[in-house]
Design a protein around this ligand. Structure first.
Ligand code: BG6
Length: 474
């Protein structure tokens, strides 16, 4: 194979999350998760989270693309594209339906045995997120979710169970998906709801501390169970530009980035930075620590940084947010075009992000999400000509290649998001598609669930075959 700068064992693949694709929300002993109480939204409208599952409302994750019953045909298609790895998550509530049980649900465990077996059959390495935007709803109701320190133990019981069960099948893990989203959208990654009058930031960062402890303990335990495990954190990386070269705008952009770095710093370096401590002080946040917490964080530093990159944002000292984006907004960037959902497409920003992250932390990076959410049209002959998606991915891979070849960034792999169409995390829509594989289903849940190959399917197959050398459109 030609040396294209990417390592020979570069992990080309794709990514999904259990709650956005599996469906089968109450099958084989699965409990209700926080994702299961999220209704569908519409463009520009975020999903709404109800108090439990309410009759008569539409919950897109309840069926999603029914990956639970289609995984064999789906993995076969991914194998046809030549996937080296497949990033998915384990649905916590399949294993522990309420969350505080001592013994796991065997039927849930079996599903992932079968799924990972199916991947390995084709030489596809599973990359597993332990908690991807879902957790048992029972833990929200009984304990107030991650605000309660007991969640660390429940999470550890879950980790111990899945590490031991899948140690011969899974080597790559990530502890929490986009952990830094916690302070922006507290319910999605941490199941947090607030009581009247409480300091929300206090609750968020205390919950974050619990997740940091859980993550560190999971890293330590994982390495004890199998020293070969590679366990990463996963952050949403929001490369932020100042609106102007006005130093005040630069400061605003930096301050915004600090809220991300806080999360990566603790997981990668194993301690809170001085800046983080000052941020807590300024905001009346007092992190309640127990003896030994600092050691736990130090002992559980991650092996790699998993991150998502879709877009960049712009901040100004005036603080005006005008654009949409992946969980965040900012000022419009006049140099960039935006997707139909207002996400500002920035391939060069990808190279910048890779460099910033690698320079700062000096541990391997793994881009585990990137992609374009777009509306696809099925032609009369059944074909789907998603040139816009090919264009987006091609331009990002070109920049990723520069970061590796020219700048020397240590990158483990690349898994574009939603390699098979799934429901959107932000809006619950099916219409916002990312996949190489089309799934016949619409926003209201109609459709045959039939799978078909888009034009990008054939393109990405060539990209993988050539280890990132052949990027031109087909
Ligand atoms: C990331 C999440 O933030 O972005 C995914 O990890 C999500 O779960 C992806 O699906 C794309 O966002 P959306 O809102 O288009 O689904």
């Amino acid at each position: 194979m030609k040396n294209t700068g990417f390592k020979e064992n570069f992990l080309w693949g794709g990514a999904v999350a259990a709650n956005q694709c599996e469906g089968a929300w109450n099958v084989d002993g699965k409990g209700v998760s926080t994702a299961d109480v999220a209704t569908g939204g519409a463009v520009d409208k975020a999903r709404e989270y109800t108090e439990g599952v309410i009759d008569g409302k539409y919950y897109p994750s309840h069926e999603a693309i029914d990956f639970y019953h289609h995984y064999k045909e789906d993995i076969k298609l991914l194998a046809e594209m030549g996937f080296k790895c497949f990033r998915t998550s384990i649905n916590w509530t399949r294993i522990f339906p309420v969350g505080d049980e001592e013994t796991p649900n065997e039927e849930g465990l079996k599903f992932y045995d079968n799924l990972f077996y199916e991947c390995l059959k084709y030489g596809i390495e599973p990359v597993v997120t332990i908690s991807h935007y879902e957790m048992p709803y029972g833990l929200v109701e009984k304990y107030g979710a991650w605000r309660d320190r007991r969640l660390v133990d429940f999470y550890m019981n879950y980790c111990k169970t899945i590490f031991n069960r899948y140690k011969d099948k899974v080597k790559y893990w990530m502890t929490f998906n986009e952990i830094n989203v916690l302070a922006l959208h507290p319910f999605i990654p941490a199941g947090l709801r607030f009581r009247e009058g409480e300091n929300k930031l206090q609750v968020c960062y205390q919950a974050a501390h619990h997740q940091f402890l859980a993550s560190a303990k999971a890293v330590k335990l994982g390495h004890e169970i199998d020293p070969e495990f590679k366990i990463g954190c996963m952050i949403l990386y929001p490369q932020t530009y100042p609106e102007a070269c006005n130093p005040m705008d630069v400061q605003a952009a930096n301050e915004f980035m600090d809220t991300t770095y806080l999360f990566a710093d603790v997981q990668v370096r194993g301690y809170y930075s001085n800046k983080a401590k000052k941020f807590f002080e300024r905001n009346d946040i007092e992190i309640k620590m127990e003896n030994g917490d600092e050691e736990i964080l130090k002992e559980g530093k991650v092996d790699y940084i998993g991150f998502s990159y879709y877009m960049t944002i712009v901040k100004s000292a005036k603080g005006e947010d005008q654009t949409g984006g992946n969980m965040l907004g900012g000022v419009k960037n006049p140099y960039l075009k935006a997707s139909d959902w207002g996400w500002q497409v920035d391939p060069e920003g990808f190279r910048i992000s890779l460099n910033n992250l690698y320079d700062r932390y000096q541990i391997p990076l793994f881009c585990v999400e990137n992609g374009l959410g777009a509306v696809d049209k099925v032609e009369e002959d059944g074909s789907i000509n998603d040139d816009y998606r090919i264009d987006y991915l091609r331009r990002h891979i070109v920049e990723m290649k520069k970061a590796v070849e020219i700048d020397g960034v240590d990158l483990m792999g690349y898994t574009p998001w939603g390699c098979i169409d799934l429901i959107s995390a932000g809006t619950g829509e099916m219409k916002k598609r990312y996949g190489f594989i089309y799934v016949d289903k619409d926003n209201d849940g109609n459709g045959t669930l039939e799978r078909s190959r888009k034009k990008s399917f054939y393109w990405y197959k060539k990209v993988i075959e050539s280890n990132g050398d052949e990027l031109d459109s087909i």
